[in-house]
Design a protein around this ligand. Structure first.
Ligand code: GDP
Length: 479
């Protein structure tokens, strides 16, 4: 075995085709190295340009990150409210907000925005960010220092805050300012309830103005990447970074999100105990947004119609006596995640009580059933992260409409999931599910605005690679 106290050099192919930087030690974040043997090959390779931009970002981060000389300098300016010239470092601060799936998607979005605008990404710890994720950049932390002078305002920042960019536009406070009179920081309100002024963030003209503001502080619960693809000044860079457009979250997610050792323990132990030996592994992610506690019969029926119609699980034989031909049977493991334990119990029982028509042996596992969402609780979020990650290790996935939990799993996996359509009035829709156009997450609250024409427009019809989502007709996703 390697000497654990030393940085290990891993061959380039071991580091996801050069996606991950070298120089990390194995011990401090085992998942970065060990996950490689749990996963299939990447479906696509990252572009050489993406790799070189990541290395360039890492150098910038090292130069401007927490407690570097340049960081300390811009901080002095921030405290004094003084304007700094753009030759210094510029930052995007990500505020920890919303459920874990949402947070993972917004953090990837903020990082892409940082790449596009040459900003340094700093991460608000919230209650548990350092407990869940390893440091992704070598040498200098991505965590916002605890003594950052604006942190105490993060909770109260909202649409109406004086520091909010949209609000400043509404009150026409930025219009005629000379550069030196610009504020040292603004708050970007990109939460789903944002208004037309907040949405101007997605216009070129506003991006030009924002370039002159050294600190942007962002609160969002949405994967806003698709709309970045509609900003003309980002177009060329994005197409160089991602020649295959529908791989944005996949590559950025694999680059950024490495479970800490305690989470990796949850993942690897579960995988070894229940999943590793199966011939085929199917993930089913059930998220019910209906009120009331499940399990619901119509959801169970929807799952089973989907698995049957799409040939994801074998049918059972309710009539014949048990005939189990001898010899080796193909084993299929189902990893089901849900807040409620009912669905996996029903499916497990079904495959216990009746034989499959194919002779396949089906085993059903569910790591936890937390009953309801508990965003602020640490052990709860640990399990949620472990489960998203375990789902991403499966060969095929079934996910629930509207759920960022599922988006994270499919994106990290690099799989196009079968999406269960959202039930209406407690009835299973027909068809129950369909395979997604791409592995990308859906942007649930995109703007519908043509910045040039200053008029409403259907942003899902402008370019072939940004379309409306399968699971949310007004959402946008990359395909
Ligand atoms: P979304 O609401 O489905 O978009 O996903 P989020 O991850 O943003 O928020 C849902 C939260 O509820 C998760 O972060 C978990 O805390 C919890 N949750 C929902 N489904 C599950 C599940 O299947 N397993 C676990 N452990 N937690 C879940």
């Amino acid at each position: 075995e390697d000497d654990l106290s030393q940085a290990v050099e891993v061959p380039e192919d071991k580091l996801l085709g050069g996606l991950l930087p070298t120089g990390f030690d194995r011990e401090s974040c085992l998942s970065r190295f060990e996950s490689l043997s749990y996963r299939r090959e990447l479906p696509q390779k990252p572009s050489p340009y993406l790799i070189s931009r990541l290395r360039r970002y890492e150098a910038l981060h090292k130069r401007c990150g927490p407690y570097t000389e340049l960081y300390n300098k811009t901080l002095t300016h921030l405290k004094s409210g003084q304007y700094t010239s753009s030759s210094d470092c510029n930052y995007i601060v990500w505020i920890s907000f919303s459920g874990l799936g949402n947070r993972i998607l917004t953090l990837a979005s903020a990082f892409l925005y940082a790449l596009l605008t040459d900003r340094v990404l700093l991460v608000d710890r919230g209650v548990d960010m350092p407990d869940l994720f390893c440091e992704p950049f070598p040498e200098v932390s991505w965590l916002l220092p605890l003594d950052f002078p604006v942190t105490h305002q993060f909770n109260s920042f909202n649409q109406k805050s004086a520091e909010s960019y949209g609000n400043m536009l509404k009150k026409n406070l930025l219009g005629n300012l000379s550069q030196s009179a610009l504020p040292p920081y603004v708050y970007l309100h990109l939460i789903h309830n944002y208004d037309d002024h907040d949405k101007l963030f997605f216009c070129d003209q506003d991006q030009t103005l924002l370039q002159n503001i050294p600190w942007l502080i962002m609160k969002t619960d949405n994967y806003f990447v698709p709309s970045l693809f509609l900003i003309p000044s980002f177009e060329q860079e994005l197409s160089d970074l991602f020649p295959a457009k529908a791989t944005v979250f996949h590559f950025l997610g694999r680059y950024l999100f490495h479970p800490t050792n305690s989470i990796w323990g949850l993942i690897s132990r579960y995988y070894q105990a229940y999943l590793a030996r199966a011939d085929e592994k199917l993930g089913i992610q059930i998220r019910v947004f209906d009120t009331g506690t499940g399990p619901f019969q119509h959801v169970l029926e929807q799952i089973l119609t989907c698995t049957t119609k799409e040939n994801l699980l074998p049918e059972i034989n309710r009539k014949e006596p048990i005939v189990t031909p001898s010899g080796k049977h193909k084993t299929k493991a189902v990893l089901l995640t849900s807040l409620s334990s009912g669905y996996s119990e029903e499916i497990r029982n079904m495959y216990w009580e009746y034989p499959t028509v194919t002779g396949e042996v089906i085993s059903v596992y569910q790591p936890s059933h937390e009953e309801y969402q508990q965003t602020e609780k640490q052990t709860h979020n640990r399990k949620a992260w472990a489960e998203m990650y375990l789902l991403s290790l499966m060969d095929k996935l079934i996910t629930s409409s509207w759920s960022t939990f599922g988006y994270v799993a499919q994106g990290l996996a690099g799989l196009k999931p079968w999406i269960l359509y959202k039930p209406e009035n407690r009835t299973a829709p027909d068809p129950p599910c369909r395979q997604a156009m791409s592995m990308e997450p859906c942007f649930h609250a995109p703007p519908f605005y043509d910045c040039k024409k200053r008029a409403g427009v259907d942003t899902g019809l402008l370019v072939p690679h940004v379309r409306h989502c399968e699971d949310m007709s007004w959402g946008l996703k990359l395909v």
